[in-house]
Every structure is written in structure tokens, then in C-alpha cells.
Write a protein that binds this ligand. Structure first.
Ligand code: SAH
Length: 567
């Protein structure tokens, strides 16, 4: 089977003729009709070629195209509103090609398909590359789905299965792109920078011979380097330190650079500096690269905001476990459960927030400053928060605090107590015909104020966090807002911990129940008809029998202490 030759064409300054603009339907009827033409025009323009559109398939396409490009300062499109003629192929082109156009894209409406064959034959005769939309028999080239690095590193990735995969090409391309290291643009830019530095500093004969006459113009060109004949094996030849010729010495750093490109982990290449190459050339010149150079490099501080779940280790995410196992410093909320903190390796520094009523704001600032100092020293810091960092956890504020100081956190969600408590208490937060919405709110507003209580919605499950210590006020406010006093209610304390306690009652007995059972923090309140859907014991309460208590949590047994992550 013969396969086409894949090229990267320098089309700067060329004239590309677009014959037809898609199907002969008005843009008003189908706004997609000339979108392919617009897409291709955009692509051609970014290569520096000059497109001319001739023979628009419908008069409305002209405006659609002009509108698309009118705001782009450097992009001007010439449109010739008449039927194409064969001699357009030899008159609309550049002087340097004696008027022959450089490339042709045909996309004619169904009423004009008879024009395709004569144009194709003329193109073949004049060796003008031609592409006819959806007609490979009238095409000498096709455009491939191409990823172009938006950060401008110059990376482009095109994929083809040569018609075998149909739309799979695009999918394969996306997969390849998704699997590149996130810093691929920086990797490429850094390698290009180092190469240019070497060329300039040493006027390297090697690179000059490998590439083209004037090395200084390389960075400007940006493409056009033939790298298929690159014989990289030569770079691995062992060169004995005392036998080195002048030429060898001169080439040594280039050789190191190419070896680094070949062997180092791709994602580390963005951090290599000229000093590193210097350090390498100072060492003995065995061809193996001392890999510790990369790991010895000054680490950059990294911070993650991690949710630790409601309590049980079984509700910790793998991401959270990874972070706990690999951190240098852990700044933990005081609510983070003991079982989770027990996973912190002995060598890891653990600091627990000393936030108590009265000193919360000051303690918070001191605490975060400890993290910042560690980050500046290049450490991996994690800010461990109970439940989910963004559910009443001040996670958003801390995110901004670190971001403003130059360290943008990675945020890993955690299972929030607000949604795990219902499960742990056998409450289906939504249940068909019973509850179709869930509301998570707080019983404590900023600086201890009482927040506005929500309306009563019979089909809603409402979860109140930080509310148990003010059960009396909460009950009063809800009843004043016309909540049904008979609506089932559960107090869920230490959800998912071995000493979990679930107390079921009704809204009208909330205050009385809290007084009777006392508190086992942390705890929350769930109100709604979902509360007694899976248990039937919550219906027969009286003034003297106001509640029923369930103790303990049925957990799976997990030994996460032995899980190891390599850093
Ligand atoms: N970010 C946390 C909530 C922090 S606010 C989360 O997503 O879970 C602290 C409140 O969460 C407590 O006052 C209590 O109402 C609730 N809470 C936290 N852990 C709990 C648990 N294990 N069981 C019941 N309520 C809990």
C-alpha cells in the first residue's frame, strides 16, 4: 500500500485560490454553509499565505466571510464575485510564479460540480496542489487535523489514518495532545532558547553544518529545519577527556544538550539552564548524564488545598492520600479527624490550626504565613481541610491568599460532611416523589450572626452545618417562617467516625432533643421528608418520647497506613 508524503509546507506569501464557498445555500438558511471555508481561510492566513476567494456559492456568503475577517487588522480577504475561469489559475497568482496561483481549494455547490474536473486537470498539468472538498479523486493534497500550541512554542501535531479512521483522526490527535506534559510549550521554548544561546556563544560549527548557513536567522525562521537526517547516535560516542580535540571541546555542550533532549524526562526540560550545561561540561565527560542534576535542582514550592472528607479514611480521595503521603509540610484544620492525621508520615511536619473562639482571625493569618515561608523554601505544602475545601471551609479565601502571593494552589475536592452525613445516617438526600432538591446552609453567619433562614419547601432536604449550638434560635426562626413542625429531622454527629451518632426527631422537638442528648461535635442537622424514608422509627414521637438514637458507623476496613507513593 502506498502512503502519502506528509510535509510541512512553507506557504508564506503564496496565493491560495478558494473556488466556491460550500453548498449553494443561503447563510440565513443554514449558518454552517460556509463555515468550512472560513475555517480554512483562517488557517491559510495564519501561514502567511494570501487567499483569494472566487465563485462564491451563494451571494450571502460574501458578507459572511467579510464580516468574519473585517475586525482582524492584518487579515484582508479578496473576493471575486463571478464564476471561475480556467485562466484564473494562471493570472491571479504572483509575478514570481508568472501569475500561476500557488494552491487551490475547491468547494463548489452541487450545481457547479461539472467545473471540478477541468480545473483539476489544469492544476495537475501546471503542478498546482489542489484540494477538492470530499473528493480525493480530484485532490493532490489534503489538510490534516492539526493541533497548534496556543502558547506559540511552534509545536504542531497533525494526525492522519489516511481515510481508515474517518473521524478517529481528530480523536487520536486529541488523545496525543492530552498526553503531552502540561509544560510542553515551556519545554520547547527552553530547548530552543538554549540551542540559540549555544549557537551564539560558540558559533558552533556542528549546528551550523547540521542546519543552514546563517545560524542567527534560525530562531526567526521558526520552521524549515530538516531534522530527518539528524544522526543523533554520534552524540553518544564516548569522548575521552584527555584525547579531546579542540573541535570536540567546542561541541561538548551541544552534545550534552542533545543528550538531555534525548534522555531526560520530557517534563523536566523546561528548567534546564545554561549553568546546568556548564556544570555538566565541568564533570567528567562520560556519555551518561548524571540524572541527579535534575532532581538536585532547586525545587519550586507547591501548595495544594486538600479536602480530607468527613472523618473516615474510607472517604479520603486517592488524590488527598497522595498529597498527605508526599507533602513536606501539612497545615491542618483542627477538625481534620484523627484517623486521617494518623496517615501523615513521621518525617512530615504537621501543624494543626489553633483556631479557637476569639483568636480565629489572628491564628489563621499566622498559620497561612507558615505555609508561605515553607513555599518560598521550595517545599511542598498542603493545606488540609475537613470535608470539602469549598463548602464552608474558607477554601476560596485561602486560594486567593496564596495566589496573590505567587503560589496558586491545586485544589482537591473532598467528600463534604453535608452530603456524607445523610448517607451515613441512611438518608437518601434525593428520593423520587419525596425530595427533588438539596440545600446546604449554615446556622452561623459571619462573625456569629444568624443568617437568613430559607423558605420551607416540602420536597427539599435541607442540611444545616454549624447549627447545633444554636438549635433553639434555628428552630424558632424556621417555625416563624412557616416550616412544618412535623417535618422529620436528624441530628448527625461525627458522621463516618466510629463514634457516629444519629438522632432522629421532628422539627418541633429539635430544641428539646438537643438539650437531652448534649453534643458530640462536629455535628449537623438534616431536615426533610427524606429523613425517615429508609427507617420507619421516626414517626411515633411524643412529648415524652421525642427522639431515637443510632450509634456507630458501619465502615469498610482500610489500611491506608501502608500505601506508598513515590515522589
Ligand atoms: N468543609 C466542611 C465543613 C466545614 S464547617 C465539609 O465540607 O464538611 C464545619 C461544620 O461541618 C461542622 O460544624 C459540622 O456542622 C459539619 N461537619 C463536619 N464534619 C462533620 C461530621 N463528620 N459529621 C457531622 N457534621 C460534620
Amino acid at each position: 500500500m502506498s502512503l502519502p508524503l506528509i510535509l510541512s509546507s512553507n506557504t508564506h506569501g503564496e496565493i491560495h485560490l478558494f473556488v466556491g464557498t460550500g453548498s449553494n445555500v443561503s447563510v440565513h438558511e443554514d449558518h454552517r454553509v460556509c463555515s468550512l471555508t472560513i475555517k480554512r481561510l483562517r488557517r491559510v492566513l495564519t501561514t502567511g499565505a494570501i487567499p483569494i476567494v472566487i465563485n462564491p456559492s451563494h451571494p450571502t456568503h460574501i458578507n459572511a466571510i467579510l464580516n468574519e475577517f473585517k475586525s482582524k487588522a492584518n487579515f484582508s480577504i479578496q473576493i471575486i464575485d463571478r464564476q471561475v475561469r480556467l485562466n484564473d489559475l494562471t493570472t491571479l497568482g504572483r509575478n514570481i510564479t508568472s501569475g500561476v496561483v500557488d494552491r487551490l481549494f475547491i468547494n463548489l455547490g452541487s450545481d457547479q460540480l461539472s467545473l471540478v474536473q477541468p480545473i483539476y486537470l489544469q492544476c495537475v498539468k501546471l503542478r498546482i496542489p489542489i484540494n477538492t472538498y470530499q473528493q480525493p479523486e480530484y485532490s493532490t493534497f489534503t489538510l490534516l487535523p492539526t493541533y497548534t500550541d496556543p502558547k506559540g512554542s511552534g509545536l504542531q501535531i497533525s494526525v492522519t489514518t489516511n481515510g481508515k479512521g474517518y473521524i478517529l483522526d481528530e480523536r487520536i490527535k486529541r488523545d496525543i495532545v492530552n498526553n503531552l506534559p502540561a509544560n510542553i510549550s515551556e519545554v520547547i521554548s527552553n530547548m530552543a532558547f538554549l540551542r540559540d544561546q549555544l549557537i551564539q556563544q560558540h558559533n558552533s560549527v556542528l549546528l551550523r553544518e547540521k542546519y543552514i548557513e546563517t545560524p542567527l536567522s534560525l530562531p526567526k525562521l521558526g520552521y524549515g529545519l530538516d531534522n530527518d537526517p539528524w544522526d543523533s547516535h554520534k552524540f553518544n560516542q564516548l569522548i575521552k577527556e584527555f584525547d579531546m580535540t579542540k573541535n570536540d571541546q567546542r561541541h561538548r555542550r551541544c552534545r550534552w544538550l542533545s543528550q538531555i533532549m534525548e534522555y531526560y524526562p520530557l517534563s523536566k526540560l523546561d528548567k534546564i539552564t545554561l549553568d546546568d550545561l556548564e556544570a555538566l561540561t565541568d564533570k567528567d565527560s562520560a556519555s551518561e548524564i548524571p540524572i541527579e542534576l535534575v532532581s538536585e535542582r532547586k525545587k519550586e514550592g507547591r501548595i495544594s488545598l486538600v479536602g480530607s472528607g468527613p472523618g473516615s479514611v474510607s472517604m479520603l480521595t486517592l488524590g488527598a492520600l497522595h498529597e498527605i503521603k508526599t507533602a513536606d509540610l501539612i497545615l491542618s484544620d483542627k477538625l481534620v479527624p484523627q484517623e486521617v492525621l494518623a496517615l501523615v508520615p513521621n518525617h512530615t511536619k504537621l501543624i494543626i490550626a489553633k483556631k479557637f473562639p476569639g483568636n480565629a482571625e489572628k491564628a489563621q493569618a499566622e498559620f497561612l504565613n507558615l505555609g508561605l515561608e515553607a513555599l518560598k523554601q521550595g517545599l511542598h505544602v498542603i493545606r488540609l481541610k475537613q470535608g470539602d475545601p469549598y463548602i464552608f471551609g474558607r477554601g476560596g479565601e485561602e486560594y486567593l491568599w496564596f495566589k496573590e502571593r505567587g503560589f496558586t494552589p491545586i485544589v482537591l475536592p473532598g467528600i463534604s460532611s453535608s452530603l456524607a452525613s445523610t448517607v451515613a445516617a441512611q438518608i437518601p438526600a434525593t428520593q423520587r416523589g419525596i425530595a427533588d432538591q438539596v440545600l446546604i446552609c449554615t446556622g452561623t453567619g459571619r462573625k456569629g450572626t444568624i443568617p437568613e433562614v430559607p423558605e420551607y419547601v416540602p420536597s427539599r432536604t435541607t442540611v444545616f452545618l454549624m447549627a447545633l449550638h444554636r438549635a433553639e434560635i434555628l428552630q424558632k426562626s424556621l417555625l416563624e417562617k412557616k416550616w412544618d413542625p412535623e417535618v422529620p429531622l436528624a441530628i448527625v454527629e461525627r458522621a463516618s467516625c466510629p463514634d457516629q451518632r444519629v438522632t432522629r426527631t421532628k422539627l418541633k422537638y429539635l430544641q428539646q432533643t438537643v438539650e437531652e442528648i448534649g453534643s458530640r461535635p462536629p455535628g449537623l442537622i438534616v431536615i426533610g421528608h427524606a429523613v425517615n424514608q429508609l427507617t420507619d422509627d421516626a414517626n411515633n414521637f411524643t412529648e415524652t418520647f421525642t427522639h431515637i438514637i443510632d450509634e456507630g458507623f458501619n465502615d469498610v476496613e482500610i489500611d491506608a497506613t501502608n500505601v506508598n507513593f513515590t515522589i
